[in-house]
Design a protein around this ligand. Structure first.
Ligand code: PEP
Ligand code: MG
Length: 884
């Protein structure tokens, strides 16, 4: 651990900066950065994340911490001209948590630390406002007792509700001095009843307790769950920021709020957020009072900050633009207004929808805030797939059940559940569920994660539900005030319409609408900004992006998303389709060459048709056709009904089929009779396939004047001899066809590299191959010795226990599979200068893997259609990184 345990920040002396988020957490680092920028930030200090880890492991503070805290508090006293705990001009402090990666609402903060029974009257006289002082004290007791002393929150809420009812008071801000004094006494009694101790009166005891509790909150259940879902390492720890208080609850010229510097849902350039007058800290997110909009444009009641406090609005607008210019990112800020002066308490990169992210990236460049490259880097490549998700078909009949705020876009159709546990249970059964709550809290995270969409009846655009759903990329509608949930009956009602748990609803997160029943969806329309971004990426990246596809709809989708060709056409998928499985089975069942030839003559018709339609779509774009790969028995029937049916169709007995099933079954089919091994055992299968390729090319040439140059790929090769012997069979077949039809086909023959043996023999294989395509799925399976069909059962535990940073089937394992690819590329190219190289395993659609692949001398990557935009964007981002 570093010897420096805390870092101070103020407009006169700041130790940290934005780059120190590892040590200070995001909040602490950015408070330091803003102080350096001259933005009005109440001075304070941040205790490091290392101290958090120390507290976790030793259950105690490091030795010198209390001393360092005292010194830093002294410095604050000097800076603010106030004194902590005593004196006429009281210094009060807040303690907040903040890890390196923001975890909204996951951990705790405590405000107004330093107040007690005696000095609360000093605070009252220094501001000439007893009501304000008492309100601050009762907030301290409530927050402190909840977070540090573990007294449940609702015990205090009950006191407040009780007093409101007794005295007919409408809002918290309306309590008078006597009523607040009554509440404080009731709070203190509550603390004594549930903890057996009095509320602590010593300011330093309060401060130390708060700091310790903030560090401990790193390990509370909701923080741990959030980290698990978001892949945040437990080892990061949180910082604890101690800051001098400014008071949003001082009077009606004071308040508190949160704002995004742009609209996080659609990316529009407007200050987007909510504020409360005469309120403090967590009031906005807690949803206790209804906040008002910051901008006029999002307001429906003339209560916006822009209208009521134009000067304050101007200050925030100025700060927002300064922050955007400085960070080159949209910010999510938290502020306090004290007597119409704005203080920043936090800034961080704003979570936003994929739609907003793309629009903002393009707009930032138009507004000269960023370069094109910086704008490309602003978009999260793994997130962009959210843009490709379906939306509701406009023209269908829709029956509106309710409407509210459009918190996170997308179309979700599912059955209603009213609590997070049920959501999780039903989702595990394979049902699509929509979580419906009055409001969500961090305890609901697992249920939100299991749901396809979220609907709340309360809360605003910055409510917990809205923020978390946006982060998860799930459709979400919030604040549907007219909908009434009866949690006991498990119903939700709007007027005379009542729905029960298990009923279907459809929610449109882009419009903020909720419909009855299951609506039909259609593919999304891609925005102008999306197309612009793709265009920038295409002119930046070096790698070509192809697709893995073998059906007309898939190929069309991929081309629409910008695929530059097909890198993998898995022909076995074409044999599984519809009625063609029968001649395929007939071929496998025949034990004579003639029998197989008869079946193949039926299959070839389908293959020619399929190739013709795909080749027509591609025209002059490249296409790699892979010859049959999986083990034979995968095509065979399994159930008794299927066996009888097949027997009838091909004229053999069920017992013959059962015998064949036993004969063909393998202990390790993934390492068995598949790929080129099948082709060598039954050359007529691959011969039929190249004939189909040839005939499709020939027909298109003759009828459409199209010249197709197919790349024919041989799978699962181990060494050069195996490749060469198969290649000779294919060349021979094609030569005969060329002679017969007097049409010379331009084609190449290459191989997949998906076994360590192939990678190790790259130099000799390359002498006989026109191209290599790395099948990193099988290469991962065979290099790591992990069954791709079974490993998921224990890989999650491996990832959780940090034995793997990420599932190696998702993100390439650079130190093993990555090294093999790297070595194979070098050796292959050294033997064959013209060798074309691609990667077609799943890794070719994953951002981190693409960054690695872009460092190698390869020509293209090939992924499934919906991952094409991720691949295009990642390839551009990887290239930008490489150039810098
Ligand atoms: C691979 O192994 O990476 C590959 C692309 O082939 P398949 O997934 O069809 O085995
Ligand atoms: Mg493979």
């Amino acid at each position: 651990m570093e010897s420096k345990l805390l870092y101070e920040f103020s407009n006169t002396k700041t130790d940290g900066n934005a780059s120190m988020s590892d040590l200070l957490g995001g909040k602490g680092a950015n408070l330091a950065e803003m102080s350096n920028l001259g933005i009005e930030v109440p001075p304070g200090f941040t205790i490091t994340t290392e101290v958090c880890n120390y507290v976790s492991s030793h259950n105690d503070f490091p030795k010198s911490l209390k001393n360092d805290i005292s010194k830093a508090v002294n410095n604050l006293e000097e800076l603010t001209n106030k004194t902590f705990g005593t004196g006429d001009n009281l210094l009060l402090l807040s303690v907040r948590s903040g890890g390196k990666i923001s975890m909204p609402g996951m951990m705790d903060s405590i405000l107004n630390i330093g107040l007690n029974d005696d000095n609360v009257y000093k605070l009252a006289s220094s501001f000439s406002d007893e009501r304000f002082a008492l309100d601050s004290y009762r907030r301290l007791i409530q927050m402190y007792s909840n977070v540090v002393l573990d007294v449940e929150h609702h015990r205090f809420e009950a006191v407040i509700a009780n007093k409101k009812r007794m005295d007919n008071v409408e809002s918290d801000a309306d309590f008078n001095v006597d009523q607040l004094q009554w509440i404080i006494n009731a709070y203190k009694n509550t603390v004594e009843r549930f903890t057996g101790n009095q509320f602590p009166q010593d300011p330093f005891e309060q401060l130390h307790g708060a700091i310790e509790a903030v560090f401990k909150s790193w390990n509370n259940k909701r923080a741990v769950t959030y980290r698990k879902i978001n892949n945040i390492p437990d080892s990061l720890g949180t910082g604890a920021t101690v800051q001098s208080m400014v008071f949003g609850n001082l009077n009606n010229q004071s308040g508190t709020g949160v704002a995004f510097t742009r609209n996080p849902s659609n990316g529009n350039k407007e200050l987007f957020g909510e504020y409360l007058i005469n309120a403090q800290g967590e009031d906005v997110v807690a949803g206790i009072r209804t906040p008002h909009s910051i901008s006029k444009i999002n307001s429906n009641n003339n209560e916006s900050l822009e209208e009521r406090f134009p000067k304050v609005f101007e200050q925030i607008t100025e700060i927002a633009s300064k922050l955007e210019g400085h960070y080159k990112e949209v910010q999510d800020i938290e502020f306090t207004i004290e007597n119409e002066k704005v203080y920043l308490l936090q800034t961080r990169k704003a979570k936003r929808t994929a739609q907003a992210e793309v629009k903002i990236a393009i707009d930032f460049h138009k507004e000269n805030i960023t370069t094109k490259e910086e704008s490309i880097n602003m978009v999260d490549a793994n997130n962009i797939t959210n843009l490709l998700h379906p939306q509701f078909i406009e023209s269908q009949n829709k029956e509106l059940f309710g409407n509210a705020l459009n918190a996170s876009p997308g179309a979700a159709v599912g059955v209603i559940v009213f609590d997070a546990d049920t959501a999780e249970i039903e989702a595990e059964k394979g049902r699509n569920v929509v979580l419906v709550r009055d409001e969500t809290s961090p305890e609901d995270i697992h249920g939100m994660n299991s749901s396809v969409g979220i609907l709340t009846t309360k809360g605003g655009m910055t409510s917990h539900a809205a923020v978390v759903a946006r982060g998860m990329g799930k459709p979400c509608v919030v604040g549907a005030e007219k909908l009434i949930i009866d949690i006991n009956e498990k119903t939700i009602t709007n007027g005379d319409k009542t729905l029960s748990e298990g009923d279907s609803i459809s929610i449109d997160g882009a419009l903020g609408e909720v419909y009855l029943g299951e609506l039909d969806t259609e593919p999304p329309k891609l925005s102008e900004e999306f197309n612009q971004l793709m265009q920038w990426c295409n002119s930046t990246k070096k790698l070509s992006i192809r697709t893995n596809a073998e059906t007309v709809p898939e190929v069309n989708k991929a081309l629409e998303f910008g695929a530059e060709g097909i890198g993998l056409c898995r022909t076995e998928h074409m044999f599984f389709e519809g009625e063609r499985i029968t001649p395929m089975r007939e071929m496998i069942m025949s034990d004579t060459k003639q029998g197989r030839a008869k079946a193949l003559s039926k299959l070839i018709k389908y293959q020619i048709d399929d190739f013709e339609s795909i080749f027509t779509l591609l025209k002059d774009k490249p296409i790699t056709v892979r010859l049959l790969d999986p083990p034979m028995h995968e095509f065979l029937p399994k159930s008794d009904i299927e066996i009888t049916e097949l027997g009838n169709n091909i004229g053999v007995s069920p017992s013959y089929i059962r015998e064949m099933l036993i004969k063909l079954s393998e202990s390790n089919p993934m390492l068995g009779h598949r790929g080129v091994r099948l082709g060598l055992s039954y050359p007529e299968i691959y011969e039929m396939q190249v004939k189909a390729i040839y005939k499709a090319c020939f027909n298109l040439h003759k009828n459409e004047n199209l010249t197709i140059s197919p790349e024919i790929m041989i799978p699962l090769v181990m060494n050069a001899d195996e490749l060469l012997s198969m290649k000779n069979i294919l060349i021979n077949k094609i030569s005969k066809l060329e002679e017969k039809y007097s049409y010379k086909l331009t084609y190449t023959i290459g191989t997949m590299i998906e076994l360590p043996s192939a990678a190790l023999n790259s130099h000799s294989i390359a002498e006989h191959a026109d191209f290599f395509s790395f099948g990193t799925n099988d290469l991962t399976q065979t290099t790591l010795g992990l069954s791709r069909d079974d490993a998921s059962k224990f890989l999650t535990d491996y990832v959780e226990n940090d034995l793997f940073k990420q599932d190696p089937f998702v993100s390439i394992d650079v130190s093993s599979v990555g090294r093999l690819v790297e070595m194979s590329v070098l050796e292959g190219k050294s033997k064959n200068n013209n060798l074309k190289i691609g990667v077609c395993g799943e890794h070719a659609g994953e951002a981190k893997s693409i960054h690695f692949l872009n460092t190698l001398d390869i020509d293209y990557i090939s992924c499934s259609p919906f991952r094409i935009p991720t691949a295009i964007l990642s390839a551009a981002q990887a290239e930008i990184l490489k150039q810098n």
